[in-house]
Ligand binder design. Structure first.
Ligand SMILES: [Zn+2]
Length: 302
């Protein structure tokens, strides 16, 4: 039995915040090293620039960046703002997830939620910085999600003490979510490519939607495709307009590059999936249920 203190929401928020800050610190290591193909375990915390080790007192999540405003002590390196943003975002996310986990029995759901939101956070940062989504996050995350579906069917709204039939149904929800979400985005992208005559979507986005579908089901996948496109349009339209007015940059081969020419879609898909997973799930699912019920009702009359 966990002590009564865990029943206190303030205590849970505090624990979540601290664990999230530490988790965010590790996520930063993953975000920096995985795209470069380097190990995330060794060497331990080191300066991204001069590789010198960082002592624990200089490696306190959130606080170190705030107190030094990003100036490394080992060399002249300026630690990117991203380190601070990821640590703070993970701390706030975990605080919210721990707050929501009001019963000890819900630890399975908490585990799934921590895994999904952390993976999405890393994907957002990596795609933003490198314009690609590593397979180990999208495909690897989807595989983990499928096993989570079987072992913790509560992820898909099944009871806390599931029988085998519920486990199978949850796994089925994950698989259909993966297939429907990723193939739908694939076709949206293919259509966009035809209309605009240039590549509209990357393979990485399609695989990312597979991961989203496993954790959020097909309803979540649909929401994320259209929500992500909406978010992207709302935020990018001003940038695109500004970009087309300002002088275009070209590389040595004469190709245009930079934001406004090529824009990563992953961060917007990721943001939409966090919105769904953390808040809109119930409303969106009810909405889809109503549509389907009305649809069936309509055809049963006809
Ligand atoms: Zn350094």
């Amino acid at each position: 039995m966990l002590p009564d203190i865990f029943m206190d929401p303030v205590f849970r928020i505090g624990i979540g915040f601290v664990l999230g800050a530490v988790g965010g610190s590790f996520l930063n290591v993953c975000i920096t090293r995985i795209p470069l193909g380097r190990s995330v375990i060794s060497p331990p915390s080191s300066c991204p620039n001069c590789q010198r080790p960082i002592s624990w007192s200089r490696n306190i999540p959130i606080l170190t960046w705030l107190s030094t405003s990003g100036d490394a002590t080992c060399c002249k390196y300026k630690i990117p703002l991203r380190y601070f943003i990821i640590e703070l975002s993970a701390a706030l996310l975990f605080a919210f997830l721990f707050y929501r986990c009001s019963s000890v029995d819900e630890w399975g759901l908490l585990l799934c939620s921590i895994f999904f939101t952390s993976t999405i956070l890393a994907v957002i940062a990596i795609d933003f910085e490198t314009m690609m989504i590593p397979d180990r996050f999208s495909m690897g995350g989807a595989l983990v999600g499928l096993s989570f579906s079987f072992f913790f069917p509560v992820l898909h709204g099944f009871s806390l003490e599931p029988v085998l039939a519920e486990r199978t149904a949850a796994l089925f929800t994950g698989v259909t979510g993966l297939l429907i979400s990723s193939s739908l985005l694939y076709w949206v992208g293919a259509l966009g490519e035809r209309l605009m005559n240039k590549e509209a979507l990357g393979q990485g986005d399609v695989k990312l939607l597979g991961l989203v579908g496993v954790f959020c089901g097909w309803e979540g996948g649909l929401f994320v495709i259209f929500g992500g496109a909406l978010l992207g349009t709302a935020l990018l339209l001003p940038i695109m307009l500004w970009g087309s007015l300002s002088k275009k940059k070209t590389d040595q081969d004469g190709n245009e590059f930079g934001w406004g020419v090529e824009v990563p879609f992953g961060p917007f898909l990721g943001a939409a999936s966090l919105l769904y997973f953390l808040g809109f799930r119930k409303a969106v699912d009810t909405w889809f249920e109503e549509i389907i019920t009305n649809f069936i009702h309509f055809f049963s009359i006809v």
